[in-house]
Design a protein around this ligand. Structure first.
Ligand code: NAP
Length: 492
């Protein structure tokens, strides 16, 4: 490492936090600590363990570029092996000893030119640079349904799943039909005695093909890394991703119409019963909500034990779920696949930047960060997968790796002594936010549906330009947009 020696704190030992720790160690920084609120690493893959959880990005693309994994068992990997992958990468790269488990950061304050992180266990950590890697989807949103607490069976949010609860042969209800609800219903359709899928707004489903890799294929992957690369960088997959991005940012494009048509045909051809087909037909455009990729939901939902309920929930009672038309669905287990509060990011941690400015104040109108990385007056604090990060059905690992290039350039400014404190300038932030919100309002995500993408003003909190524009912005940070201050500590 060249230049100033610095202390680094990562908040969160999920995919992004592990990445940051590896990259910092590779760059020669040796004062690196990862604070993790739980007793295991893995972030979203630790918290989510509901039946059927898989990643809808092909496994070889949902992999760090520097740690390919010839062992993936399937095209779309399941949660257990993804969790095991992150554990292995962290172990192989010597990151485990850097992680402080059971350290939830309660307060993070910029004081005297450094960050102080207070944890719930009474320990304070001090750092020159903080990487916020707490993820966008980690605060479960409980549904506001009358009587939920009165349910006599087991009711659980899917991100707080209790593996010990019996499901086979039980009467199970699943509320919510985002990616989570769809995966769970697909997995339980032939296990539950009766499975009720409660859908307030049905979702469009993009058909995909999933398959297992054979032992011979894995052996070939081990012996020839170019075979893994051929899947990871498959031009057809990358072309689809690019087209999907173009469709998102131009809802009237041919690309978006093609996606809509694929989803429509999937529904028409897969669901035989016309009544069920209409129940499952959304009344908004495909990809307005995050598009669901499923190889088998429509097939599974037509199994005899499954009931799709779109009638509207009146309340929850000890015996089950009462619908507005008076029907009672008696249940043993109720899965709440009701999503996440995606506006919080690192909050409820209190974060105080320069002059005591809190993140709540900075984000009073909506959460944002210049290029999704940095906020004015929160010097030396950088987000990975933070607000306005690219979304869509991309590999968030690829996103985080590209964001790291940007963060590394800012860290290099600190290391060289060019700045002691660096964050986006207020002018650059305002210009970015104005440009971004205007563009986001024209994307498919704003075409008339509710979703976790939307901020409280109804504007998608997303990267509204092409994936190539994102890749270019991350590779070429505009340092003139930074508020770079020198020697604040030396002068004090
Ligand atoms: P979500 O997409 O936000 O879906 C929440 C569902 O719960 C919606 O169907 C919503 O209905 C319903 N809901 C919420 N409150 C309700 C209420 N009070 N009464 C009735 N229904 C209610 O959440 P998610 O499915 O957990 O997915 C969130 C994100 O996690 C995904 O978009 C994706 O980014 C990520 N994820 C990824 C994967 C993967 O394979 N990579 C898997 C799972 C999740 P409305 O639509 O009517 O609001």
């Amino acid at each position: 490492m060249n230049g100033r020696k610095m202390r680094f704190l990562m908040i969160g030992a999920g995919m992004s936090g592990i990445l940051a720790a590896i990259k910092l160690r590779e760059a020669g920084h040796d004062d690196v600590i990862v604070l993790e609120k739980a007793d295991q690493l893995g972030g979203t893959w630790r918290d989510n363990r509901y039946p059927g959880l898989t990643c809808d990005v092909p496994a070889h693309a949902y992999t760090y570029s520097f740690a390919p994994n010839p062992e993936w068992s399937r095209f779309f990997a399941g949660a257990d092996e993804i969790r095991a992958y992150f554990e292995k990468v962290a172990r192989d790269h010597g990151i485990l000893p850097l992680i402080r488990f059971n350290r939830e950061v309660i307060d993070l304050s910029w004081e005297g030119g450094e960050w102080r992180a207070a944890t719930g266990v009474g320990e304070d950590y001090v750092a020159d640079v903080v990487i916020v890697a707490s993820g966008p989807l980690h605060h479960p949103r409980m549904p506001d349904i009358e009587g939920l607490e009165s349910f006599a069976g087991q009711a659980m949010h899917t991100a707080r799943w209790d593996d010990s609860v019996a499901l086979d042969g039980k009467r199970v209800g699943v509320i919510g039909c985002g990616s989570t609800g769809v995966q769970m219903v697909s997995a339980l359709a032939d296990r539950a005695a009766r499975l009720v899928h409660f859908q307030r707004n049905p979702q469009w489903i993009m058909p995909v093909v999933d398959f297992a890799y054979t032992d011979a294929e894995r052996e070939a992957f081990r012996n020839d890394p170019s075979l893994v690369d051929a899947i990871r960088y498959d031009p057809e997959y990358e072309g689809n991703v690019q087209r999907f991005t173009m469709g998102i940012i131009d809802p009237d494009s041919e690309a978006m119409h093609a996606i809509e048509e694929l989803c429509r045909v999937n529904l028409e051809q897969s669901v035989a019963d016309p009544v069920l087909r209409e129940q499952l037909r959304p009344n908004y455009r495909a990809a307005c909500k995050r598009l669901i990729y499923s190889p088998n939901y429509y097939e599974r939902v037509q199994l005899p034990a499954v009931v799709v309920e779109t009638g509207g929930i009146e309340r929850i009672e000890p015996a089950g779920v009462r619908m507005k038309d008076g029907t009672l669905h008696e249940l043993d287990v109720l899965a709440l696949a009701t999503g996440f509060d995606a506006q919080k990011f690192i909050r409820p941690t209190t974060v105080r930047g320069r002059d005591g400015l809190t993140l709540d104040e900075a984000w009073e109108d909506h959460a944002s960060a210049y290029m999704a990385i940095t906020i004015p007056d929160f010097p030396n604090m950088f987000f990975l997968n933070g607000p306005t990060s690219p979304v869509g059905n991309f590999s968030l690992i690829d996103v985080a790796e590209r964001q790291w290039s940007f963060v590394a350039a800012l860290i290099a400014e600190l290391a060289s002594g060019a700045c002691d404190e660096i964050s986006a300038s207020a002018e650059a932030m305002a210009a970015y936010d104005t440009r971004r919100t205007a563009a986001a309002a024209g994307t498919i995500f704003a075409s008339g549906c509710s979703s976790w993408y939307l901020d409280k003003n109804g504007v998608p909190m997303t990267w509204p330009w092409s994936y190539q524009a994102f890749a270019d912005a991350m590779a070429n940070p505009v340092l003139a947009d930074m508020d770079c201050r020198v020697a604040a500590r030396a002068a004090a």
